[in-house]
Design a protein around this ligand. Structure first.
Ligand code: SAM
Length: 242
């Protein structure tokens, strides 16, 4: 099952991804650093960015020497197709954000217009990189809960604004299967945020923490530097069992 969305408020569910129902929307390297408390040294490790969409994290981090692979079902589409879709939906996204302004802290971004400008900058960086044939190994089209990677292929797996955020639309089993898969392919997994679209803690979080701990993974919740969606103050960190 595939899910796509506007900033954090708008949602489409499909059993397979169709471009005309997706809402590409992506964040920057700085936001990933703040959401996941990424240290410079960690940027030198082998990173999987899962559900990475049109974020500029991959291209910006690679320019600093990082080894990042992004995975998202969106990558079945060409840069031109994704760009066309961004241009169709961007105004609508910001309209939704304006209609729900009280759900966000306006500190990192002064107002919805500043958010719009930043998101468009990030997505253009993504598109410029994604369009280059040499970048294709860094953008893999696949989707949770099954990933086409070897056991412990990555030092670190990051998942921003997908798991837990869409708790109402993806059930506990999907979350559990997805977390198992991320733990299979990476030595450490970080997921942000831990709240749903209603800004309250995901109902699946307790089960995930209990099950992963029972299987010998070390699980903790950590407060992060990033603050935008109200209530989204923590990430999940899983040091995975060998
Ligand atoms: C809100 S966007 C987040 C993009 C990026 N991580 C960021 O924070 O800017 C959610 C992403 O999840 C992707 N997605 C949807 N279903 C997925 C699945 N089953 N597995 C992995 N990614 C999925 C969508 O294509 C979309 O790009």
């Amino acid at each position: 099952m595939v899910i796509t969305l506007l900033e954090n408020h708008y949602l489409y569910l499909q059993s397979y991804m169709q471009l005309n129902t997706t809402v590409p929307w992506g964040r920057s390297l700085q936001e990933y650093q703040d959401m996941f408390l990424l240290r410079e040294s960690e940027l030198q490790s082998s990173i999987l960015a899962c559900a990475d969409g049109p974020a500029s994290f991959n291209t910006e981090a690679r320019k600093q020497g990082a080894k990042v692979t992004s995975v998202d079902p969106l990558y079945q589409f060409t840069a031109e197709e994704i760009k066309t879709r961004i241009n169709v939906v961007a105004e609508e996204v910001i309209g939704q954000v304006k209609a729900h302004q009280d759900d966000f802290f306006w500190t990192a971004f002064a107002n919805p217009e500043a958010l719009y400008q930043q998101r468009m900058r990030s997505m253009q960086l993504f598109l410029d990189d994604y369009a280059m044939p040499a970048s294709s190994p860094f953008y893999i089209s696949a989707q949770l809960p099954e990933l086409p990677f070897a056991n412990k292929q990555f030092d670190l797996a990051l998942c921003s604004h997908f798991l837990f955020l869409y708790s109402e639309h993806f059930d506990a089993q999907f979350h559990l299967d997805s977390m198992h898969e991320l733990c299979r392919v990476a030595s450490q997994v970080r997921v942000y945020p831990l709240v749903g679209l209603d800004n309250t803690p995901s109902p699946h979080l307790g089960l995930i923490v209990k099950e992963l701990s029972r299987q010998g993974h070390e699980v903790k919740q950590q407060t992060v530097d990033y603050q935008f969606q109200k209530g989204a103050t923590q990430m999940l960190v899983v040091n995975t069992a060998p």
